[in-house]
Design a protein around this ligand. Structure first.
Ligand code: MIG
Length: 767
């Protein structure tokens, strides 16, 4: 079993030969020596997390939690089985067993009754049930009452998962090649399982802070002046933004590592100008290398023998945007090195991030030949085994490219295709979605599911890639997206404009409000990213993390809701109605983030006009905020705003984390971190002294005491002015509760105090 928890099971057909190599798992995973006891019929293996009982004849495995709850057992008479190249494992469906996760999969939160295939696919305009999509993460969690387990099938071959589809007997996972190798994790909650999975496959490295800002994309912005106009418009309209994108038209006839000199005569200067305005740029790269005489990328690639070949040695040609192309074999180390060396092309032009597209790999005709050969890091294989890891290895090569060129900076890499472990290399967006309400919800479910599968830095195309987004839908999408880890608007070629100001004044105001709110929440979000790096716990969490036994959260209406960290509950809602049904889990007191009203737990019908997303804060929470800025690294006033939700008896610990926002020096003690403990029952707040040597620009903390009772002892307290408190600006014709004349009642029990932040000492406040 694994040092940090979990069992590894391997089963091979004839002579058992262990395939150690895996792209998904971290190098140097450590194992404990097995401690087992044996009887005539059984082998029993006990670890700190759980117990495995192996029946000897016929072989059957059953896993138990450390408290003795049966987590999962192989189905009698079926067990593990081989059919030709396919190897499968059948497990008894347990009463009330639910299944969640499995990465980028459409469908319900609870996957029971459905089946899924892993085969990375360019699924343009997918629908609510389409499968497979772009990414394969063969890892799911089984949810039982007060227990939880995880299974990660570590096979890059095409695989199949069945959670009781068309049968009432078993759940099944199969892979179409190789041996059966899977990991089994025992735990109580999804937190336990995600942590163990992250110990095995890695966490999301802290990204540069600019990549947490709003990002604006389009297929494609060109020529040059379109990009500068875009940048200027964001600034003129005071809609914060950090990143602009170069989609495929920046290239000369879609050749990677080229600029179209007509459209972009001076990219260095352009990027320099943008940088001065606080913008970074990200350029798309596709894997297909155009076959064209004299094209250096193709020529050096041929010379260095980096392209995918047929078994007879002929280099494979497939068609994509550039026309006929060669495809780099990213599973070969030498290919990744060759690829990485060319990234000075981007860094020299001032491009800051890399967007890996079409890396399923997608070719016209959709059938990359199965017989093509791949190096698979010296474990030679065919496309059948390499297909699902191709995209991840392209992302990895791009990351290595950016790191090679800028060794002291954190890279920002975005990818469409992925495999288990992708979180170590790139952020992921969920491909070509559609501008309809279904996609607003299903897009959030994809993000939630990815979070359950160890992938944190995710988002979808705000407003929908395909089709024309109605203004109200865009409003809802930008509101929800403001709480997603990756936050980017994008839209398809030949569609209407889809920037935040393109949908009329009202939508523009709503966009400005929520994008600005995102920037005010940066200290909170950035701290959550740090926590995700340390633990693997995602930033957007399905409610199953905290409420696995609550059947309400799996209901159709409520399954799209999500938590941000421990303190926010977000309820994405339809664009078209003012009344919305949401579900606030029992056991906590929920506070409306925008007006401090406490809302009873349970199913609620709320009036939420178009300018207001239902956002709730759990009583006891401490929310970290800052002054509004136009881009993430713009200087702010140095004040960290703490919103403390008093009352109740839930104690909380919140981490404040800050650093220089871009370099890797944080790994070397150059960060600032404080633990903030709130004990509402004892009415104390402790802001811990600083850990780490970074001199944060936050020198002062202003605390907003929400729901404060009259008996508060706070001496230096001030009543809070309306201007201080607003999280978003009122759109008064829509929202009378936000109108200035009503604000006073809203904030009756809100006070504030101000304190200097010191490095050496804790601040202890009694209220
Ligand atoms: O075949 O680069 O998902 O975001 O704008 C389409 C053009 C290729 C697909 C990506 C989309 C991108 C588009 N790409």
């Amino acid at each position: 079993n694994l040092k940090k928890g979990g069992f590894r099971i391997e089963a091979g057909k004839e002579t058992m030969h262990s395939e150690q190599f895996s792209y998904a798992t971290l190098p140097n995973v450590e194992f404990n020596k097995l401690q087992f006891s044996e009887t005539e019929n059984q082998i029993i293996i006990e670890t700190e997390e759980g117990k495995l009982i192996v029946e000897k004849n016929p072989i059957k495995l059953a896993f138990y939690s450390k408290t003795g709850i049966l987590l999962s057992k192989e189905e009698k008479g079926l067990g593990m089985a081989f059919h030709g190249d396919e190897v499968s494992c059948y497990r008894t469906l347990l009463e009330n067993e639910r299944f969640v996760g499995l990465g980028e999969k459409t469908g319900n939160l609870d996957r029971k009754g459905n089946c899924y295939i892993h085969w990375n696919t360019d699924q343009f305009a997918y629908g609510p049930e389409s499968d497979p999509l772009y990414a394969s993460i063969p890892f799911f969690q089984g949810i039982l009452e007060d227990a939880c387990y995880g299974i990660f099938l570590d096979s890059s071959y095409k695989s199949f998962f069945n959670f009781g589809a068309s049968n009432h007997r078993y759940s099944q996972f199969s892979t179409y090649g190789g041996t059966l190798r899977y990991y089994f994790f025992c735990g109580q909650t999804p937190y336990d399982i995600v942590k163990q999975y992250s110990d095995l496959t890695g966490t999301t490295a802290l990204p540069p802070k600019w990549s947490l800002g709003y990002q604006q994309c389009r297929y494609s912005y060109y020529p040059e002046h379109e990009i500068t106009n875009l940048a200027n418009t964001f600034r003129e309209k005071k809609i914060p933004a950090d990143v602009l994108y170069y989609d495929i038209h920046y290239m000369e006839r879609y050749k990677v590592f080229t600029w179209d000199n007509q459209k972009f005569p001076n990219p260095e200067k352009l990027n320099q100008t943008l940088e001065e305005k606080g913008f970074k740029t990200v350029a798309i790269v596709d894997p297909g290398v155009k076959i064209e005489d004299g094209y250096p990328c193709m020529q050096t690639g041929l010379d260095q023998d980096v392209f995918v070949k047929y078994p007879d040695g002929e280099v494979y040609r497939g068609e994509a945007w550039p026309g006929w192309c060669y495809f780099p074999d990213f599973t070969a180390e030498k290919t990744r090195v060759w690829w990485a060396k060319q990234f000075n092309f981007y860094t020299d032009s001032g491009v800051s991030g890399i967007w890996n597209d079409m890396n399923e790999p997608a070719v016209w005709g959709k059938h990359f030949p199965d017989i093509t050969l791949f190096n698979y890091d010296d474990n030679p294989s065919t496309h059948k085994k390499a297909h699902n890891v191709y995209g991840m290895l392209m992302a990895r090569a791009s990351k290595e490219g950016m790191e090679l060129q800028k060794p002291t900076e954190r890279p920002f890499i975005l990818t469409r295709a992925a495999f288990a472990g992708i979180q170590r290399f790139a952020a992921l967006w969920t491909g070509d979605n559609i501008a309809n309400t279904d996609h607003l919800f299903l897009g959030q479910r994809l993000i939630n599911s990815l979070g359950l599968s160890g992938v944190t830095f995710t988002g979808n195309d705000i407003g929908g890639f395909i089709g024309e987004c109605p203004p109200a839908l865009f409003s809802r999408w930008v509101q929800t997206g403001a709480f997603n880890p990756f936050f980017r608007g994008h839209s398809m070629i030949n569609s209407r404009d889809a920037e935040p100001w393109s949908f009329g004044e009202e939508t523009e105001e709503i966009s400005r409000n929520y994008i600005t709110l995102r920037y005010k929440l940066l200290p909170h979000l950035y701290s959550l990213f740090k926590l995700a790096e340390e633990t693997g716990i995602p930033i957007n969490k399905s409610l199953v993390f905290d409420y696995q036994n609550n059947s309400k959260i799996y209901e159709f209406r409520y399954q799209n809701q999500f938590l941000v960290g421990n303190e926010f509950l977000i309820c994405p809602v339809e664009p078209s109605h003012d009344l919305h049904k949401v579900y606030l889990p029992e056991g906590s007191t929920w506070v409306d983030f925008f007006n401090d009203a406490t809302v009873s737990a349970g199913e609620q019908v709320l009036e939420t006009k178009i300018d207001k997303l239902p956002v709730f804060v759990k009583q006891g929470a401490v929310i970290l905020m800052q002054e509004a800025v136009q881009y993430t690294t713009q200087n702010h006033n140095g004040v960290l705003y703490l919103h403390v939700y008093t009352g109740g008896n839930r104690t909380t610990e919140t981490v404040f984390y800050d650093d220089d926002s871009i370099s890797i020096n944080y790994k070397d003690n150059n960060f600032a971190k404080r633990f903030i403990q709130h004990n509402p029952a004892e009415k104390t707040l402790k802001i811990g002294k600083q850990i780490g040597a970074y001199k944060s620009a936050f020198h002062t903390v202003k605390i907003f005491w929400h729901l404060l009772s009259n008996s508060s002892k706070l001496k230096a307290q001030q009543e809070v002015s309306v201007e201080d408190f607003r999280f978003v600006e009122p759109i008064s014709h829509l929202d009378p509760w936000m109108a200035p004349e009503n604000n006073h009642t809203l904030i009756k029990n809100l006070m504030s105090t101000t304190h200097q932040l010191e490095n050496e000492n804790d601040i202890l406040i009694e209220y």
